[in-house]
Design a protein around this ligand. Structure first.
Ligand SMILES: [Zn+2]
Length: 146
């Protein structure tokens, strides 16, 4: 354990332990070769921070849809680079068109979607865990992309 999670304590019948907030693995687990967890849908929604990528409206897993940026009927793949969170009105307004044809530019460039989805999930989860920032190098990423 590197850092405790505040004053929280895990109690068993015979002992009590501080709840870890940050742990260090004694052995590195190669994440790239593990099957990634979670559905593609939830990953894309997390990546897009539950914001419609066309109008900027906030939604939830229940209200947001996944839009194929290049429509499936026109050869668009169901892959992270071609998927964006979209609210129902935007998704139906865009219909079977590209963002350019529909005059609906994406708020984030799809190129920005190319980074690791699992990292995006972690960063999303880290929003509520400011003590993780220094371990995730988030500040460096922000200044590097500015
Ligand atoms: Zn929208």
């Amino acid at each position: 354990m590197v850092e405790a999670d505040g004053d929280r304590i895990l109690r068993s019948v015979h002992a009590s332990y501080p709840v870890p907030g940050v742990i260090r693995l004694a052995r590195y687990i190669r994440g790239r070769h593990r099957r990634s967890s979670g559905s593609l849908r939830s990953k894309v929604l997390f990546r897009d921070r539950f914001v419609c990528q066309y109008c900027g409206g906030h939604g939830s897993a229940k209200t947001l849809t996944l839009d194929h940026i290049l429509p499936r009927s026109r050869g668009g793949h169901t892959s992270p680079e071609n998927l964006a969170a979209a609210c129902v009105p935007c998704n139906s307004r865009k219909g079977n068109r590209t963002p350019l044809e529909a005059r609906m530019p994406l708020l984030s460039e799809p190129a920005a979607f190319m980074y690791d989805l699992d990292l995006a999930i972690l960063e999303g989860a880290a929003d509520g865990r400011p003590e993780w920032r220094k371990y995730l190098f988030r500040d460096e990423q922000i200044s590097a992309s500015a």
